[in-house]
Design a protein around this ligand. Structure first.
Ligand code: FES
Ligand SMILES: [Fe+2]
Length: 363
């Protein structure tokens, strides 16, 4: 069989999207975090999975990140285990070499052969911003949005760091956990909050693409606030935001001191999510310095407690499916699910209407 005949035979199977990517409606038309800037060196490619699609990322010499499908068009070897040389990606198996557009530019065993442009590796729009590398998973000729901006990233007086965590659950359940207050007194007992059984009044608002919760709990605290974050005992302001399709932002404000947790959830597979958490805080020069040593250890402990409970929920969901009983405090979950399901179904039918309501629960 000739080489050209082999190439033609596999034409209809190249670059086929994963079923998760092709069946997620407009959730595909979004930017997702693929890695932190620090994870992507200039010297070697890395592999990542988004919407069950295997991707390879590399940097050109000028630092620009590139993202291609992680699948050599020759015999399917994973290019993420290959090499980068002179802005080209070299397959680890037979050395076929790709440029940053995904075009194969060298076949070592047949230097005279040219690969037609239509047999390029699929490439994905890529952008580096606020300490992470984003990949757009929709139509590259019809980019419909911009990546989320991390609040106060590198702003004067602020400190920010990233934490990267694998969760064995889907994006919906992860964002719901990050917006969920009732679990904190149980999953994080003694670490984040203790149960006081006090009523907490909230205002909940759903817009076309977000859910905002404002908590009226001015006299409340979070685990370490008294000593480091809020030594003067200022009233606590607490808001939680969900931004479609996969981002949460939790704000605690104590006078001029602020503590913000932003979680960007990248869908890896149906029950696997990679979460890029940004911790941003502004507590004055002295306390900023002290928190720098304490916070990474503390936030890792709290996030790992959520990893465990979400793995627990995931195992049960896979046995019994999502058969839930709702309470008023679950309205935040229902609003998030309504927006994500609307997008997952291709934004057809009636869109979730904007709504505002009050809700009180004990925690
Ligand atoms: S599988 Fe990549 S060069 Fe052969
Ligand atoms: Fe939690």
């Amino acid at each position: 069989m000739s080489a050209s005949l082999k190439l033609n035979q596999s034409d209809d199977t190249s670059n086929r999207p994963s079923s998760m990517r092709s069946e997620c409606g407009t959730l595909r038309d979004r930017w997702y975090v693929a890695c932190t800037s620090d994870e992507l060196a200039k010297t070697r490619p890395i592999g990542r999975i988004i919407l069950d699609e295997h991707l390879v990322l590399l940097r050109r010499k000028d630092g620009t990140p590139i993202c291609l499908l992680d699948r050599c068009i020759h015999r399917n070897a994973m290019l993420s285990e290959g090499r980068v040389r002179n802005d080209k990606l070299i397959c680890p198996y037979h050395g076929w070499t790709y440029d940053s557009t995904g075009q194969c530019v060298d076949i070592p065993s047949h230097p005279e052969k040219k690969i037609p442009a239509k047999r390029c590796l699929e490439s994905f729009p890529t952008l580096e911003q606020d300490g992470v590398v984003w990949v757009y998973m929709g139509d590259p000729d019809d980019i419909r949005c911009e990546p989320f901006r991390i609040p106060f990233f590198n702003s004067d007086g602020w400190r920010t760091y990233y934490m990267v965590t694998a969760f064995e659950n889907n994006v919906t359940n992860c964002v719901e956990n990050f917006m969920d207050v009732p679990h904190t007194a149980h999953v994080h007992a003694g670490w984040f909050r203790n149960t006081s059984n006090r009523p907490i009044r909230t205002d909940v608002e759903r817009t076309a693409d977000s859910v905002l919760v404002t908590y009226h709990q001015e006299s409340d605290t979070i685990g370490f606030t008294d000593r480091l974050l809020n030594p003067s005992g200022a009233p606590m302001k607490h808001t939680d935001h969900f931004y479609m399709p996969n981002i949460t932002r939790v704000d605690y404000t104590f006078g001029k001191r602020q503590f913000i947790i932003t979680s960007q959830c990248t869908p890896v597979g149906p029950m696997k999510t990679m979460v890029y958490t940004t911790i941003s805080y502004r507590c004055g020069p002295v306390h900023n310095g002290m928190l720098r040593f304490f916070l990474p250890w503390y936030t890792r402990k709290v996030i790992d407690q959520d990893v465990d409970i979400l793995a627990n929920q995931s195992r049960s969901l896979q046995r019994y499916g999502a058969d839930y009983m709702q309470m008023p405090a679950d309205v935040v979950h229902l609003y998030i699910e309504s927006l994500r399901e609307w997008a997952e179904n291709g934004e057809t039918g009636t869109a979730p209407a904007p709504i505002e309501r009050e809700m009180t629960f004990h925690a």
